[in-house]
Design a binder for this molecule. Structure first.
Ligand code: GAR
Length: 191
């Protein structure tokens, strides 16, 4: 059984999709970490009975302190793997080096196109005919780590931003938990 900690800053719909998908597997979400005390993800965690913890990342000093505390906490949960699901802060080498090849991120564009916090809006405004999502390992850069998989769809051209947003979220909820389970199964086979 692999123990996963999920990081989220906002709505948390992917966090919830992961928790529910893992319920049918030997793996388990052991906690939610957020940098935002107002994140709706925290409400979801309460409802799903997943422990959650908030650590501020408002300044470099605060981030350093928070990451030390997060690392201790992750270890206390026996965390094997970290899934970023709408976590909008960059992690430092402290955390990344503690979990080599064991931190993955979901991004709502076909990376390397449109990294950052506005992936959906930037993709939408680009006029690109093919839009999609990326799941990748986390390295020191902003949405730059090795790509694990991507899924795309062709836009008709008449959709609103909200419709594209919905398509992307639906795709994310379908694909991210599945890929995560495959990675966790592989982790179990190799440890
Ligand atoms: C998702 O669309 C995810 O791809 C994106 O944040 C959203 C979180 O939604 N992540 C990034 O932009 C990371 N750079 P959620 O809080 O409802 O899961």
């Amino acid at each position: 059984m692999a123990k996963v900690s999920v990081f989220a800053s906002g709505n948390g719909s992917n966090f919830e999709a992961i928790v529910k998908a893992l319920q049918g597997t030997p793996h388990q979400v052991v906690c939610l970490i957020s940098d935002n005390e107002k994140a709706y993800a925290l409400e979801r965690a309460k409802r799903l009975q997943i422990p959650y913890h908030v650590f501020p990342f408002r300044s470099p000093t605060e981030r350093r302190e928070s990451e030390v505390n997060i690392l201790n906490l992750l270890r206390s949960y026996g965390t094997d793997f970290i899934a970023l699901a709408g976590f909008m802060k960059l992690l430092s080498p402290l955390l990344i080096d503690a979990y080599p090849n064991r931190i993955v991120n979901l991004h709502p564009s076909l990376l390397p196109k449109y990294p950052g916090t506005q992936g959906i809006r930037d993709s939408y405004l680009s006029g690109d005919k093919e839009l999609g999502i990326t799941i990748h390992y986390v390295d020191y850069g902003l949405d730059t780590g090795p790509i694990i998989t991507q899924r795309s769809f062709r836009r008709e051209g008449t959709e609103t931003l909200e419709e594209i947003e919905e398509k992307i979220h639906t795709l994310e909820h379908e694909v991210y938990p599945k890929v995560l389970i495959e990675l966790l199964d592989a982790l179990e086979r190799h440890t």
